[in-house]
Design a protein around this ligand. Structure first.
Ligand code: ACK
Length: 314
């Protein structure tokens, strides 16, 4: 028995399509840590899947020191889902992995501007007509104001990413501004496939998930029956659209529980049009919030609709 192996809790099959030598990575600071695990920034050299073959910044996903077998299984599944889904500009793409002789490292694209919710809050125009506080005026000069066209373009890009995921039979199940990351040049990238499940895997998308449920983004059929499909992702996209148009406000601020939310929705109530939101964008939100999932637009139709709205926006 190799003594160095004694410290490896798990053994993974080698996938030479994706394996990267650990020596090509130089780990840096922790970007975030949560129930899911840990994300660490790293410098990488000569990665096969990056544009320039020089050093680049990447994000490395790993489990925490105090992880369970289920945490590890979920990271492995996330990696396998990313391998199967393939590349798209509007998702966080897999770059490679380190699975041998040490801890599992899943290497993904790094998004320099963090999550979309915080990004929107940082870029709030002064005196936006919402109950939330405007951003501070500090550093305003290097933060150009976001235009309505910018906001519609964010929504368009996310819809493109979701259209792609849906075409790959992937249900996100936790689509929200906190799970979209912002890259350079305002490129939106859908992140966190931890909850992504294959549509054919019925026991997965009907499964009762333990822990915190993102109830305010959930479609009625997910709240009631734990049923998820691409059309329940469309409902969440409507809430995300609302988050974009309010520069990151909290949806349904007075609703406290899943039961309360469900009775609000089943009686036909919906969030009002945000102050700085055009009618055509609000109509799209409302279509995404049709109680009947079959009446909601598909991501393909949302992409078409947003494309038209973008053409009109100055
Ligand atoms: O808003 P954030 O800085 O963006 O806080 C979260 C945190 O790690 C936990 O998920 C950040 N994060 C996750 N993945 C990436 C990534 N690929 N690029 C940049 N930041 C990331 C995320």
């Amino acid at each position: 028995l190799d003594p160095s192996q004694a410290f490896n809790e798990y053994e993974f099959p080698l996938d030479s399509n994706w394996e990267i030598p650990r020596t090509q990575l130089n780990l840096g600071s922790t970007l975030g840590e949560g129930a899911f695990g840990r994300v660490v920034m790293a410098e990488a050299c000569n990665l096969p899947r990056t544009a320039n073959n020089s050093a680049s910044i990447v994000a490395v996903k790993m489990v925490k020191d105090e992880h369970t077998d289920a945490d590890m299984a979920s990271l492995v599944r996330e990696m396998e889902v990313m391998k199967m889904i393939g590349k798209h500009i509007n998702i966080i793409n897999l770059l490679g992995c380190c699975t041998q002789n040490g801890p599992l490292w899943v290497i993904v694209e790094f998004a320099p501007h963090g999550n979309l919710k915080d990004f929107l809050k940082k870029n709030r125009p002064l005196f936006v007509g919402s109950p939330s506080l405007p951003r501070s005026s500090e550093g305003l000069e290097d933060m150009p104001q976001l235009t309505e066209k910018n906001l519609v373009s964010f929504a368009f890009q996310i819809a493109r990413g979701m259209e792609y995921l849906a075409s790959r039979r992937c249900i996100h199940r936790d689509l929200a501004a906190r799970n979209v990351l912002v890259s350079d040049d305002y490129v939106m990238k859908i992140a966190d496939f931890g909850l992504a499940r294959d549509i054919q895997d019925t026991e997965y998308y009907r499964k009762n998930t333990n822990g915190r449920l993102p109830i305010k983004w959930m479609a009625p059929e997910s709240l009631q029956d734990k049923f998820y499909d691409s059309q329940s992702d469309v409902w969440s996209f409507g809430v995300l659209l609302w988050e974009i148009m309010t520069f990151g406000d909290q949806p349904y601020p007075s609703i406290m529980s899943a039961e309360e939310l469900y009775s609000y929705l089943i009686t036909g109530q919906r969030m009002e049009k945000p102050a700085r939101c055009s009618l055509n964008i609000y109509m799209l939100m409302r279509q995404c919030w049709h109680f009947d999932a079959n009446v909601r637009p598909t991501f393909g139709e949302i992409v078409e609709n947003l494309d038209k709205i973008l053409q009109l926006a100055s």
